[in-house]
Design a protein around this ligand. Structure first.
Ligand code: AMP
Length: 359
């Protein structure tokens, strides 16, 4: 089934990912309808239609589903009821099962193991005493993460010694958690894959990612040649995962590289910050291929467009350096149109193509 240009794509979530999706969709002649709870979300500024509604409002999501030809999302924490309301009305991609697995760190890790992947050592933790048991088994340092609603380092507490358990448990407010062994990784990288409803699968160069305070700071390609075995194993896992889920759209999987091993960290059933470099740095961006995939169109080539590409996030006050970014002729500036530059808030990004002419 193909959804031709001129149709309307529904996007649940109104942040920068939705904004860049809507821009790519417009280029292909689609209209986008954004659904988000905020008054003036970044995605709505560049979309044809906007519905302001809560993610819990089943009736509003059902109506939204009726008004579009296909639904995708950039916000993952949609509860089961509202999700069912959308699925009743319109095709949803990536598929519901991918969303449900990605919403829960414990389910996600078990699923990845079943596909032959290897996460860092972990234990499910549902009570204070289970936390003590898990700490005794995994040792310290370890990281306590809430099973749900965590992103950009939120809902995470590092535990360096067993006597910090009490404070960590208080910090997560007793929410269901996983305890993860701390991985002394060499580097972090991600796999960006796109699978279409026709079953065609492509991947981009795996970016090397650097985080600052739990938030992605920089992604660059190509990665060091020494990472090749880890990237190869991780890519094979991503292809298996996509196949098992009958996946449609962009899938991002984050890994820790430790020697030749790729330890799975987490997956996101959506376009991903570590793929922003593909807008100028690849022949087809993650956003365009996501649109092509969910609409049943052929996928575009993912070949790198320059010998090297580096993407740097503008977080919080970094955004005030926008003029400096523009002064660099090899840099592409993206601003998300967000008002206040709060600490930790992703305000924009800058991509540099390296090794072309004088850059
Ligand atoms: P997450 O939201 O789980 O991706 O965590 C954000 C960042 O925190 C990761 O990209 C890592 O830089 C760091 N981190 C998370 N879990 C671990 C771990 N088990 N070991 C070492 N670093 C971690």
């Amino acid at each position: 089934m193909s959804i031709p240009p001129g149709s309307t794509i529904g996007i649940v979530g109104g942040g920068q990912l939705g904004r860049m999706l809507a821009m790519a969709a417009a280029q292909l002649g689609y209209r986008c309808h954004v659904y988000a709870p905020d008054e003036a979300p970044p995605a709505a500024e560049v979309a044809a239609f906007f519905t302001r509604g809560r993610y819990e409002d089943e009736a509003a999501l059902r109506q939204f589903g009726r008004e579009v030809d296909v639904v995708t999302y950039e916000f993952e924490n949609i509860a089961a009821g509202p999700l069912a309301a959308i699925v009743d009305e319109a095709p949803l991609f990536p598929p519901r099962r991918a969303l449900e697995i990605g919403q829960d760190r414990l389910t996600e890790k078990a699923f990845i193991e079943a596909q032959g992947g290897r996460p860092a050592g972990y234990r499910g933790v549902g009570s204070r005493s289970e936390l003590d048991t898990a700490l005794a088994e995994l040792g310290t340092p370890a990281i306590l993460k809430t099973r749900r609603f965590g992103y950009d380092g939120k809902g995470q507490v590092r535990i360096d010694a067993p006597d910090e358990a009490e404070a960590a448990w208080a910090a997560v407010k007793g929410a269901p958690c996983v305890l993860e062994a701390f991985v002394p990784f060499d580097t972090e990288f991600s796999i960006l894959l796109c699978r279409s409803s026709r079953g065609e699968t492509v991947t981009w160069d795996a970016p090397h990612n650097v985080h600052r305070r739990g938030i992605l700071d920089r992604s660059s390609v190509p990665t060091d040649a020494a990472l090749a075995p880890a990237v190869e194993a991780a890519t094979a896992l991503a292809v298996r995962v996509a196949g098992a889920l009958d996946y449609v759209g962009v899938l991002a999987m984050e890994f820790f590289a430790l020697g030749d091993a790729a330890l799975f960290n987490e997956m996101a059933p959506r376009v991903h910050n570590s793929g922003h470099w593909t807008i100028e740095g690849a022949l087809t961006s993650q956003f365009e291929n996501h649109v092509r995939a969910i609409c049943g169109l052929p996928l575009g080539a993912t070949t790198r467009a320059a010998p090297g590409v580096e993407m740097r996030n503008l977080i919080g006050d970094d955004v005030h350096g926008w003029a400096e970014a523009l002064a660099d002729p090899a840099a592409h500036l993206h601003l998300y149109g967000k008002g206040e530059a709060r600490p930790g808030r992703k305000m924009g990004h800058v991509t540099r193509l390296i090794g072309l002419g004088d850059s």
